[in-house]
Design a protein around this ligand. Sequence first.
Ligand code: WTA
Length: 661
Amino acid sequence: MSPGGTTVPESPESQSTNHTEVLDLSPSPEFAAQANGQADLYDAAAADFEGFWADQARQRLTWAKDFDQTLDWSGAPFAEWYVGGELNAAYNCVDRHVEAGNGDRVAIHFEGEGGDSRTITYADLQRDVAKAANALESLGVSKGDRVAIYLPMIPEAVAAMLACARIGAPHSVVFGGFSADALRTRIADAEAKLVITADGQFRRGKTAPLKPAVDAAVEGETTVEKVLVVQRTKDPVDWNDDRDVWWHDVVDSASDQHEAVAHDSEHPLFILYTSGTTGKPKGIFHTTAGYLTQAAYTNSVVHDVHPETDVYWCTADIGWVTGHSYIVYGPLANGATQVIYEGTPDTPHQGRWWEVIEKYKVSILYTAPTAIRTFMKWGDDIPAKFDLSSLRVLGSVGEPINPEAWLWYRKNIGGGHCPIVDTWWQTETGGIMISPLPGVTDLEPGSAQRPIPGISAEILDDEGNPLHDPEAVGYLVLTKPWPGMLRGIWGDEERYKETYWSRFGPKYYFAGDGAKFDEKGNIWLLGRVDDVMNVSGHRLSTAEIESALVSHPSVAEAAVVGATDETTGQAVVAFVILRGGHEDHGDETVQELRNHVAKEIGPIAKPRSIMVVSELPKTRSGKIMRRLLRDVAENREVGDVTTLADSSVMGLIKEGMSSGK
Ligand code: WTA
């Protein structure tokens, strides 16, 4: 444990296998020749950092007013990019493609879980966004107002986000799996004026309601004036005539003409809440021009999207940053054709994704390691039944991809030849930061490899000295500002400085990830070093789940750790001390507590297991030693206990486990 309270994870043994001996992992000449991202980008960015990013912004975006200055870092760590410029993000994602004669190009192939589908061209999307923007304005939303979006994966979600961007009303998308309480906190923090939701969504062949959570979240004192409701499942919903409005009433009847006024480069585009080390989620906020530049650039050079010919599919939910940057803003700014799929991978059968790829001839697939490991478990024979020959680029995001999963992905999905881009980035970074370029880089299974052109990273030791020795484990930092960087934490400047720019001083952005270089200079990401867990690529904080547990009347104390899990990367394991009178625990209490966490935060936060204990291991200063609990959760020999206030505690816990108490 370092003075900063962080622990660098050990590097897993399995990563040292050298697979490159048996596989040719260099780009094929054909791929390299057509790739958007060429080696000279590294040189250009190294020769003139600001000039490079100025070029990206001017080449990839359409500006209403050109910018005067590429970067103003004088107020560090608060950055301004493309100072003095003006543009409209929605115009860049939609209208300009129609104006360029590509209105008939498909923007979205929507595939519902039940097999219903819709084809939306750029001209259709332009009308949809204009109508939604007019409707939002008629409901009193204007520039600067915040809009919360709590929607399933349906095309209206894209239209809603772009309509907000068009008006200049920052959106705050809340993942549809979050509970009413989680939604309420996020609405309150952003002081949202309007919520856009749906009656419900289709999941695993059934309907799941959404609107009741919104009803509960806006009950009593709230900043929300109106709730705009998309009809998706047609299940009955409670209705408040003063507050609730159907999408089909106000959007469908609105005019399909809407002028996209230009906004300042630094006008806030969205807020997205993510877990931090304390219980309170952080409202990460991004602004317009820098974010959009990086989203478009990375989607072009990393995913290698060729808008005229590719069919791209990112399987993320729009409730996460991956959905923001690589479903909405990046691909649409580039004028790409993409698939949006509403449902789960095993409904109605375990080959559903491969069926979607076959049906739409998907050529670029961007997904998460947890999904890949699940498919590995289901068996090679399932994807083998489908024609996946349209695929030419595969991507991975959200957590480290272990070499075994990488190799399985390459062989069984990528036909043994598709480049895999393992992309490291964060909600805070806005876009991809560390990744191979598929036409340039010799791939290394399991490593995200190196910063993309325009991005600079280092690995530091505890004292802040750069580490270059192969295998030396340290902390990943970013050493220069970048266009897509967060501009702050909504309403909390101090927390922004403290969280990201203080651990190693104001020159280094502290990412919160452990990392090492290998002997070839590749970066290996080794997981979070703070109290943030990564479950199926979703960030969850231990503190948030602990506070949900102690809010239950039977719990006196709780400690939560992320334990290694074969499929989900990490799994939530909780240790609880029950209150007097509740000690007679049984499976029932444990079940009730698991459900309680799901209700308080959302089903993704539900602990895999809850162990009832009589004591928790604490240091003399009262800090819970999660490292020791992780040893228990992962069935390991318990590590060094000398700093415990009471060194017998771990013995008691282990004893309780084995006797099943
Ligand atoms: C982890 C998701 C290893 C990392 C885009 C980071 C990764 C956190 C990778 C951000 C990767 C993401 N390899 N780890 N390719 N991609 N991570 O904000 O710990 O939901 O800090 O953004 O996910 O999660 P977030």
